[in-house]
Design a protein around this ligand. Structure first.
Ligand code: BTN
Length: 247
């Protein structure tokens, strides 16, 4: 099995690297660890119905093809944790603080610097193929007004980064965490994930059903649901979109 990034397909322009990966997988078997990177995406996909905007040639926009057949499909959020940690580890080479904002955002300080979009294909009771899409802002310094909460490495550190070098380091960081997942180093992954999680063990205000409520994040369960302890009412479990942070 190939390491993440051992095979790299670099496209000048594509609709979305996740779509390109889907098309590849429909046509043939693709080796694990294959990375499809684009200089520009015309229809970059974000979470839900969102688009992912990234200036041409400035950032890292890519998808990794994995075959995590060793993971129980019901526990696929473990992969999300490992990948988020890989991105977190890479950024931590340059920045502090970096945080994972549940479920899929990567923050530098309080601003979004990266996002992750994972698509699984289940066959029978196995996770057959997984496409891990990652968008990471590296050299872009101007963002549209509607992206006022966005930032990049360059914007924070005021220097340019070599994208090829950054890509190689990021692949190494992802490979390290993916290996830990395969080797079932679950306690290590879990504690590192919690320590990187925005708001972990901190008292914060959340919005639940349009009401502001205090709570403390206690972790994320195997199904990817956020565990929040509310004073007086105890521990509650939230799926994506059922709870929001007040930043
Ligand atoms: C999000 O935060 O909304 C997730 C963003 C994921 C963006 C990446 S860029 C590379 C890959 N291809 C896509 O079309 N989307 C993901």
């Amino acid at each position: 099995m190939g390491k993440i990034g051992h095979r790299l397909i670099h496209l000048d322009e594509v609709d979305s690297t996740n779509h390109y990966a889907e098309r590849m997988l429909r046509e043939r078997d693709v080796e694990e660890g294959t990375v499809i990177r684009a200089t520009f995406q015309t229809e970059g996909k974000g979470q839900g119905d969102n688009r992912w905007w990234s200036e041409s040639g400035k950032n890292l926009t890519f998808s990794v093809i994995l075959h995590p057949g060793f993971l129980d499909p019901g526990k696929q959020f473990a992969l999300n944790k490992a990948i988020s940690l890989g991105v977190h580890d890479f950024l931590s080479l340059y920045l502090d603080p970096v945080a994972i904002k549940w479920p899929n955002d990567i923050l530098a300080g309080s601003k979004k610097i990266g996002g992750i979009l994972i698509q699984h294909a289940v066959e029978g009771s196995l996770l057959k193929n997984t496409i891990v899409g990652i968008g990471l802002n590296i050299n872009q310094t101007k963002f549209d007004e509607e992206l006022s909460d966005a930032t990049s490495l360059s914007r924070i550190l005021r220097r340019e980064f070599n994208l090829k070098d950054a890509m190689a380091l990021l692949c190494d960081a992802l490979e390290k965490r993916y290996s830990q997942l395969k080797e079932q180093k679950n306690d290590r992954l879990e504690s590192d994930y919690c320590n990187a999680l925005l708001g972990y063990r901190e008292e914060r205000i959340f919005v639940v059903e349009s009401r502001e409520v205090p709570g403390i994040i206690r972790g994320v369960d195997e199904f990817g649901r956020l565990l929040v302890e509310h004073p007086g009412t105890g521990l509650k479990v939230y799926a994506h979109k059922e709870i929001e942070f007040m930043m």
